[in-house]
Ligand binder design. Structure first.
Ligand code: SF4
Length: 269
């Protein structure tokens, strides 16, 4: 398989093509009703159920989100290999990393998955870079972050992601069907332009992500959003993960959206 960019998957998967009407039947347990808006179809209901059940059984939330991430990869890879009729092929390639200069928002479980990877790597330069970028990104909204072209601390010189296996869901979902548009937006961030995507990838990958968020919410861990660098810097502090697992929002200093705001954005009825 052609290697792709820092964000999108290089991993081959045996996933079959997901479709919007390919939902697996799930139980109608009233406690498991969808809580966000939008179409409750495709991989969303099954993801919600699996995530909620796993968390209820006491499975480590980081392991749960890592499993969800593999599901997103499988969808993106399958549809990139065989684009849906009428959709352009993805243009992402290894070393193409324009999109790794934008603000990345992620949930706490994703942050701790990333933190584990960084700790495992044991590279003090990366840890220092995370702290420096956290300071640069502090207080910036998505637009200001884009205009400042803050390079992700996890982006290597060759344009690859040093934490590829633990990169956030947003990075896994991100793709483009026109690399020139991405490059132009990077070269001149003041030019507003929509990056063209493959709608089937966006829809199906988003269905997994929303289903996962709902699963966390059902398990009484409603997801809030955090800026990558600020949150990662906080997560790398001694004892942070244990305190988070104990129910404390140790990442609050990097929070970009509360759980209530996430629910509002996603259309909580
Ligand atoms: S974590 Fe950073 S370097 Fe890795 S894919 Fe995401 S934005 Fe790019």
């Amino acid at each position: 398989m052609t290697p792709r960019c820092a964000r999108t998957s290089r991993r081959s998967s045996g996933a079959s093509r997901p479709t919007s009407n390919g939902a697996r039947a799930v139980s109608s347990d009233s406690r498991r009703l969808p809580i966000y808006g939008g179409r409750d179809e495709g991989p969303r209901p099954a993801t919600r159920q699996l995530v909620a059940d796993a968390l209820d059984r006491g499975v480590d939330p980081v392991a749960v989100i890592e499993r969800v991430a593999l599901g997103v990869d499988a969808i993106v890879d399958a549809l990139a290999r065989a684009p849906a009729p009428g959709e352009g092929a993805t243009a992402c390639a290894r070393g193409c990393s324009s999109c790794c200069h934008q603000r990345v928002e992620m949930t706490a479980a994703e942050v701790f998955a990333l933190a584990r990877q960084v700790v495992l790597r044991g590279d003090e330069v990366i840890v220092a870079r995370v702290a420096a970028r956290a300071a640069e990104a502090k207080g910036l909204d998505g637009r200001a972050h884009h205009l400042a072209r803050i390079r992700c601390a996890l982006l290597a010189d060759d344009g690859s992601c040093v934490a590829y296996g633990a990169r956030p869901l947003a990075c896994r979902r991100a793709h483009s069907t026109d690399a020139e548009v991405c490059r132009a937006a990077f070269d001149d961030p003041t030019r507003a332009g929509r990056v063209p995507d493959a709608p089937s990838i966006t829809w199906n990958a988003s269905a997994v992500v929303v289903g996962a968020y709902e699963g966390f919410a059902h398990a009484r861990r409603p997801p809030a959003m955090y800026e990558l660098h600020g949150a990662l810097a906080l997560a790398l502090a001694a004892g942070a993960e244990a305190r988070w697992l104990g129910g404390e929002d140790v990442l609050v200093g990097a929070r970009t959206r509360s759980a209530d705001e996430v629910a509002r954005v996603l259309g909580l009825a």
